[in-house]
Design a binder for this molecule. Structure first.
Ligand code: GRF
Length: 196
């Protein structure tokens, strides 16, 4: 089963997934491998990390396309070269069209740094602090047409501490992201068909 990971930035979640796949021997235990990492930004830091791990990389730069539809169509073409059983959004900062979401229905997942359904969208950590939340966290969910929505696969909770800034809370949440994203993927893979 091929896993394709989409990134836009540093790729620390991507790296955590690649590491887990190696450490836990997903090839043997789950018949699964990270086949490719695709970025919409040519300068995404995660691309170098993926190459170091000998994972194929590709760039589909959204700036080269006149519309979301055109970008998504090209992106889907590049993804489909890898026959993915699972497409993983890991800090992929583009809103996807309904047609793209429908194409990968049931095999497209995202990680969002809040306890959904609270705080969909951007600036989740500042919003949690501003709301006086005592707990924050992270959610792995199936992607549906609605942004940061869709069936929840896994969550982790962290405390919000009195002196927290958005940055300190984000760092605490991120350590949990790196634990639950590989875990959620390993749990989901046995339920997915092998794409050929
Ligand atoms: C993570 O906090 C993820 O939840 C959010 O964007 C960040 C990406 O970080 N959507 P990284 O690129 O995985 O390091």
């Amino acid at each position: 089963k091929n896993i394709v990971i989409l990134i836009s930035g540093g790729g620390s979640n991507m790296a955590a997934i690649i590491r887990a796949a190696q450490r836990e021997g997903w090839r043997k235990s789950l018949d699964a491998q990270v086949s490719a990492v695709i970025s919409n930004r040519p300068d995404a830091g995660g691309l170098a990390i993926a190459r170091e791990q000998l994972v194929a990389t590709d760039v589909v730069d959204h700036k080269n396309f006149p519309s979301r539809e055109a970008f998504d169509a090209e992106l889907a073409g590049v993804i489909d070269r890898h026959n993915p059983s699972l497409v993983v959004l890991a800090g992929f900062m583009r809103i996807l069209t309904p047609a793209f979401v429908a194409r990968y229905e049931g095999r497209l997942i995202n990680i969002h740094p809040s306890l959904l359904p609270a705080f969909p969208g951007l600036h989740t950590h500042q919003r949690a602090i501003d709301a006086g939340c005592k707990f924050a966290g992270v959610t792995v969910h199936q992607v549906t047409a609605e942004l940061d929505f869709g069936p929840i696969l896994d969550q982790a909770v962290v405390p919000v501490l009195p002196d927290d800034t958005a940055a300190s809370l984000a760092a605490r949440v991120l350590t949990q992201e790196h634990l639950i994203y590989p875990r959620a993927i390993a749990a989901l893979l046995p339920t997915l068909a092998t794409a050929r």
